[in-house]
Write a protein that binds this ligand. Structure first.
Ligand SMILES: Nc1nc2c([nH]c(=O)n2[C@H]2C[C@H](O)[C@@H](COP(=O)(O)OP(=O)(O)OP(=O)(O)O)O2)c(=O)[nH]1
Ligand SMILES: [Mg+2]
Length: 310
């Protein structure tokens, strides 16, 4: 991959390090370096002949004095700065030995994921921050059958133990009061709700998901807390990126879709689609929580499915 001037991007690895309480480690870049004075996820340049994971272990030992245990891919980002372009491969680390300290004199801090937006990071980090905040699983709920049973079903799903739930109310006539009640109840339980095809609402504090058809018809990013979409082709991916969507679903990965008569992509095609955009991606289609590790090696942030164990 080359940038507009034919230069090869600099290969960089970085780590989202999470402790047992879910806090994330950030470090301040030295003033005299590229993007100096901004906060970063620790890491650095991959050396010639070095694998990315070896580079990650070396950089985290040099910069923080820790030995990396297990690492899972989180997201890869290609970004063109004015004077250089970088390819940033980011890993999530939850197991390490040693105590992380700023070995090169750089300030380090453990912060809550939700506070990441309060710090100034380099421009390339936007999707990385979103990826660090978003969960591994999005539980897609089976359609609500009747408006009468809505409240009971909603309460059961809110108790499912997942932090992100996706509801499709397309065929159910719900009132604004019912939807408002759902959003308030979810918020009070720290659950984020993603709505597909909601009726026009006065409030915008929910996440909105667009089908691929709706995505193609959309010209401006709709008003909502976050907006996501289902994508199958490169054209849909580029549209999602152009609109500035916050994350996307790519699929169906393993199972043909009966709804859109789409052939299952398989993991290699999934991976090449993920590599074309800088947006957190969830794999969908015939997957369950058991596919998480594999999906992440192919570039997914996580899995969206009805088969997520509660
Ligand atoms: N480590 C890290 N680098 C980032 C992030 N975001 C971002 O744009 N970068 C850019 C800044 C630099 O151009 C490049 C990484 O370089 P680096 O300065 O960390 O490299 P390094 O540790 O190998 O240090 P050096 O050999 O250049 O002294 O990637 C990030 O979150 N972490
Ligand atoms: Mg570095």
């Amino acid at each position: 991959m080359e940038d507009e001037l034919g230069r090869k991007p600099i290969e960089v690895v970085a780590a989202v390090i999470r402790d047992d309480d879910g806090n994330i480690l950030i470090a301040k870049r030295p003033q005299d370096k590229h993007q100096g004075g901004k906060w970063e996820f620790p890491g650095g340049k991959v050396e010639a002949g070095e694998s990315r994971r070896a580079a990650l272990s070396r950089e985290l030992f040099e910069e923080l004095g820790i030995d990396v245990g297990h690492s899972a891919r989180l997201i890869s980002v290609y970004h063109e700065y004015e004077n250089k372009s970088i390819y940033l491969d980011v890993y999530e680390i939850t197991q390490w030995s040693g105590t992380a300290t700023g070995k090169e004199g750089q300030p380090v801090q453990w912060i809550r994921p939700a506070s990441l937006n309060d710090f100034e990071f380099p421009e390339a980090n936007k999707p990385i921050i979103e990826a660090a905040i978003l969960p591994k699983f999005i539980k897609i709920l089976k359609p609500v059958v009747t408006a009468e049973s809505f409240e009971a079903q909603a309460l059961a799903s809110l108790a499912s133990g997942q932090s992100f739930l996706m509801h499709n109310f397309e065929d159910t006539e719900l009132t604004h009061e019912q939807l408002s009640w759902l959003l308030d109840t979810a918020a009070s339980r720290n659950v984020e709700v993603i709505l597909q095809s909601p009726p026009p609402l006065v409030r915008h504090d929910f996440n909105l998901h667009l089908s691929a058809d709706e995505l193609l018809k959309t010209q401006v990013k709709p008003q909502a807390k976050r907006v996501s979409a289902t994508c199958y082709s490169p054209g849909e991916l580029f549209k999602a990126q152009r609109l500035g969507l916050d994350f996307i679903f790519i699929g169906p990965v393993l199972m043909n879709s009966v709804v859109n008569v789409q052939q299952a992509l398989g993991w290699p095609s999934f991976q090449s689609l993920v590599g074309r955009v800088n947006i957190p991606v969830y794999a969908i289609g015939g997957l369950s929580d058991k596919d998480l590790e594999l999906s992440r090696e192919y570039g997914a942030q996580g899995i969206a499915s009805t088969s997520i164990a509660d």
